[in-house]
Design a binder for this molecule. Sequence first.
Ligand code: ATP
Length: 768
Amino acid sequence: MVATGVKVAIRCRPMSKREEQLGSKTCLTILPDKAQVQIFDLKNEKDDPKLFTFDHAYGSESVQPQVYKDLGSPLLERALDGINGTIFAYGQTGSGKTWTMMGIETDPGLIPQLNVDLFKRVGEMKHTETSSSENNSTTVEFMLTASYIEIYNEVIMDLLNPGGKKLDIRESSEKGVYVQGVCEVVCSTADDIMKLVKQGGAVRRVAATQMNQESSRSHSCFTIKMEKRTLEKTEEKTKTTMLTSKINLVDLAGSERASKTGATGSTLKEGAAINKSLMALGSVINALGEIAKGKSIHVPYRDSKLTRLLQESLGGNSSTLMIAALSPADYNHNETVGTLNYARRVKMVENKVEKNEDVKEKEIRQLKEEIEALRAQLQKGGSVGDSGAIVDSEETQRKIKELEEGKNLEWEEKQRLSKELEEERAKNMNVAIGSVIDGVKEDKMKAMKKIKKMQHEKKKNDEKSKKVKELYHTLKKDLEGGMEKYKEMQAKFDDLDEGDEKDSVEEKMAEMLDSIEKKRTKLIEAKKALSDLKKKNEKIDEELIEVRAELVTVAGVLSQNDDLRKKIEEEERAKFDALKDELLGEERAKIEEEREKIKAQHKGNRLELIKKMGKLKVEMNKEKSGQEVFLQNKIDMLEGDKVKMRAEIDSLKAEIDVKDDKIAETEVQVDEHAEELQAFREEIGRLKEQGEGMTEELSSSLKRESEWLDNDGVEDAEENKLVALLMEGFNKEREGMEAKNDELKALLRQALTDVLYLNKKVAVLQGK
Ligand SMILES: Nc1ncnc2c1ncn2[C@@H]1O[C@H](COP(=O)(O)OP(=O)(O)OP(=O)(O)O)[C@@H](O)[C@H]1O
């Protein structure tokens, strides 16, 4: 974090035509090389000029590109490096704030020049930082969003989403101070941004017309947010690094209202009657000036929306520049001195500038550091891979991976949402502008009706005047005739002698006088009526001029906004704040919640681990020697076991060899017996055949001889006995052979079972 003073530049505009016509004289001398300005009080020529020194001073001959090169370009470079920036223009109405900030189409000011430069630089950075070998590559991408708000009477209006809900300022550790729900439109070209600037400007004018407000009493803030994502891909992994920053471009309300209050240090006593925000800004600057002098003082950022918005720009994490716009005319001498004093105070404010680190990036770094610390601790403690620590570090690695992925997801999600919301915002803008146009149209109708009514009234008055004029002329004639007659009567009266005739003439004369008097009164009345009608018509004429002027303005607004509406309809790149905020907000809340959970869990794990480690260390130290003896004994025992097992294996192997031999031998025997048995079987078969042949032969010879030898019965019986004995002998021998064969088979089975068992045992012992 680096302490950096707020930079101040002053810029004096050329004398305006009106000021020239009024015969104004220049009361300023600008010394650009010394960044100084001298102000003379031409009413008190004896007084010495006041001298002020700033960071930059521009005279009426200064040109927009130079101002951008000196002030805008360095701010942009810092922003591309992750440092927030603010430029705010201060000065009385008509001093040139908008000229410096916005300029005109043919002579663009800071905002348009910065936009063009921004996209040029982003293009260069994307190009130069993207290099790829076979499997490794580094890709640099940018996401740029713009928002535009206006603060009027402590109400924040979204100039890019005029129909949206009321906006408020919030603060969070992740985003700092921000306008909640403001519409942030993703921009891909400088043209995109300029379209938004124009749209916002038009909405501002419409709102001003509708609310009958003075535009110079509102503050506007155009914000460009930059998010830079660097993807480093290697064969093993992808690393994502995020860098964010924003640039606020603020056009403040005319300062003449503030010079008597905040800027000179008095409290907010003039209250709501004048611009609360500018007064509060003065108080914040005063407080920060005192802090810079070493005093400990509360800074009333929360006193107004403007100061809250500029909280980071004044005394916070921002590279800030104030441009004080000045009029050269002596007629504005006091306001100019006020502006210069204000600027001098601002120059004393110190900011603490720091590169914005992505929150997730920070967390990942912290987790990595903790893993390293734990490893180092474990190694120091002499532990050979504590399983708890390993689990924890694996868990932490998993979290790091999740956070890395989260960064990319958030980026993709933002882009996806921004596209989705573009149409919505355009629609909303159309609806809002439409309703404004409807209102303006209604005003137009009213004005036209009013004009008609007035014209009708005027006509009637004219007709009345004509009649009254006729009456007047008649009355005048009558009166003149009456007067003539009266004069004649008077002459007659004077010529007559006293008598009845003279009396009757006198009587007539009195009557005539009475009638003349009445006519004169009527004439006066007619004259007054005529004058009243004339006045009425004059008033109507005045009103007509006003209403017609109104009509001209309204017509202007209508045509401007019809243009605007058409433009909006043509554009398809805008995000609608409410939905975006809802969706992104939800996403962010989820991520935030997850982050908090991970944090808490990690903290718990870490504490547990540290405790475990502590315990382990104590136990280890306590039991180290005992454990060593125990381990040695165990090793010795195991060594003994090993030797025994080897011997056992060897003897088992020998036993197996013996068994194997026996099996082989038994197999041979079995084969031999089988052969023998086969031979016996064959022999028995042969004998059986022979026996059967003999029996057949015997029975046939017996049959044959019985016929002729009745007493040879003894010889036959003996022969039969011999055959039976032979058969019995054969059968016994065969049974004995079969029993022997069964016995040998059983022996072979037993030997095989033994061999299997011994093989298993050998395998177990070898495994051990
Ligand atoms: N440096 C300059 N060179 C030429 N003309 C200038 C310069 N500065 C300002 N002007 C002209 O002076 C007039 C007032 O300037 P501008 O509108 O910028 O004042 P302002 O301070 O923004 O006023 P307001 O507070 O009403 O918005 C404009 O007509 C503008 O063209």
